[in-house]
Design a binder for this molecule. Sequence first.
Ligand code: SF4
Length: 706
Amino acid sequence: AIPVLGAQRDTTCPYCGVGCGVSMHREEDGWRATGLAQHPANFGRLCVKGSALGETLGLQERLLSPEIDGCRVDWDRALDTVAARLREAMQTHGPESVAFYVSGQLLTEDYYVANKLMKGFIGAANIDTNSRLCMSSAVAAHKKIFGADAVPGCYQDLALADLVILTGSNMAWTHPVVYQRLVAAKQARPAMKVVVIDPRETATCDLADLHLPLAAGTDGFLFTGLLAWCARQGLLDQAYIDAHTRGFAECLAAAAQACPDLASTAQQCGLPLETLRTFFAWFAESPRTVTVFSQGINQSDTGVDKACAIIHCHLATGRIGKPGAAPFSITGQPNAMGGREVGGLANQLAAHMGFEACARVARFWRTDRIARSPGFKAVDLFRAVGEGRIKVVWIMATNPVVSMPEADLVRAALAHCPTVIVSDCVADTDTLRLAHIRLPAAAWGEKDGTVTNSERRISRQRPFLPLPGEARPDWWIISEVARRMGFEAAFPYQSPAQIFREHAALSGYENDGRRAFDISALAQLTDQQYEQLLPVQWPLSGKGPFRPGASGTERLFADGHFFSPDGRAHCTPVTPRRPMARTTAEWPLLLNSGRLRDQWHTMTRTGRAARLLSHVSEPYIAVHPADLATAGVDDGELVQVESPLGQCLVAARASNEQTPGEVFMPIHWNDCFASAARVDALVAAICDEESGQPAFKQTPVRLQRY
Ligand code: SF4
């Protein structure tokens, strides 16, 4: 039986970056989730994962008390031990010897406190997040071009566009409610065109007027070629370029050199010339264009260049800051944006400020210990653990032994780390199995705070269940450790509202007027206003009093003013190149990976719901029938998938949705659900140099009948 706080509660879905509002209703046999009709992200819709939330609330499989070396201990002992281990490592080996690896599952308030402890008081910047794996290439592109990590558009722009381009996104499965909104918009306005750019023929292609099954990883050629073609056709908005951009001529020269004509672009992308001509012609005739991009773009060794190439096409034609016109990065996780806002990436400091602002942030936090340079990004962080440079690592709300590339090396690194601390709400994950100290965290339904979705909309996650056993919110756990490390004055928090007000105040502190992320209008919220906060889009500057119910800023850059020092968008030359990973005679197939419709991350929650598991109940690899025949494998047979780094054992599925030579595996399975099915054990940690985001989408592998 699940104890309850009340009969009905409005909250936000804990899964993807759409950020749907959910109303939880208590019924005789448990809880039922329905879409929140007035939430502007979903207007009452939910996908199958969201509607099954009530089926994932049981206390079985929960971590309900702190443990040290497998023995149950009380909170005082656990917190004292964590604080002592951190202090000892700092004193003996320096602040750089400790690291936090956190998650887009954390609420903003949890994230803020973790970031403040590491960067403000431990004095290193070794805090990175699993959002690094999801959208850090988009972040880097936004910062380079816009001068800030600012998403220009909103979901409503998809409904207002005449052309919606979905690239590197199986939106029908990964962001289902935005996809449903797009389906409804197209039904209402059939003239709207949808183009899907993906090597696979995914479920999203059901809506496509045109599918471009381009060669794996060649999106950079496609959008650079589009820019060069627009210039050749005289389609540039020169007045916009002159008034609002810098560096465009150099950018265009690089594009013209890389993609001198349509035929060379078609050849690089492996697309028929006529298909490319149609796509470009549709772009030309559709001033209201939205280009949605997601992990297929970001998870690449040239992810930043690809995102820049997309943004350039919008700037060159003035398709930004207007209704129905935007380049639109959609995040994977429920609070990837909140993590970006607090500075949860190792190369950010706080509140969208970089390390050039360390004196300002130090004044706000009242600390003389602030980190002055970036820390380890995710891949480098676990390499530093493996090299023995990190003595204490604290992992919160994530499962890197499954989700990091080179997952076996991550497992080996943690196995040899002197102190591994894991905060999680479940009792068993591949990562928890390596923890010396396990801290029971509150789960969705018990947690209280805020998240920000892909369109910059801050929404409340509200508790409707009491904390079970000895589980505690992450912000409380981190604050207690900070106090025991001697930083009591800086971590006085008694509630998430108190933390949120501080976070909001920092966003507007000594603002020079060029900061995109400013929610200082929310710094004066009372506890009651925080409790009742309606979904609101940042920025919300503190210049006027906040009106409860205000909806915030729907769209950025309407005035052509960007966040760079000169107010212009800074275009940056892109020379596209193919992925570093190549197939060979020994490794003849290119492995792509991604999400399934009904599962989330490493299945710790969705794996509990029978109806979600029934969609796909076992790990598999999708293979074109011709490749199955070459490998001598029948549909449904067990196969060993091998890369130079590791092996997986999964069922083979014949699939005509695959391009010959390319295979696909879902990311979700792990040793807690099926042995030898962790796809990321196969993936090399080849990263985009600038963003540090790993290239998960192209791994050379081979198949063998088991
Ligand atoms: Fe939750 Fe995303 Fe589904 Fe909305 S679309 S219900 S946020 S999983």
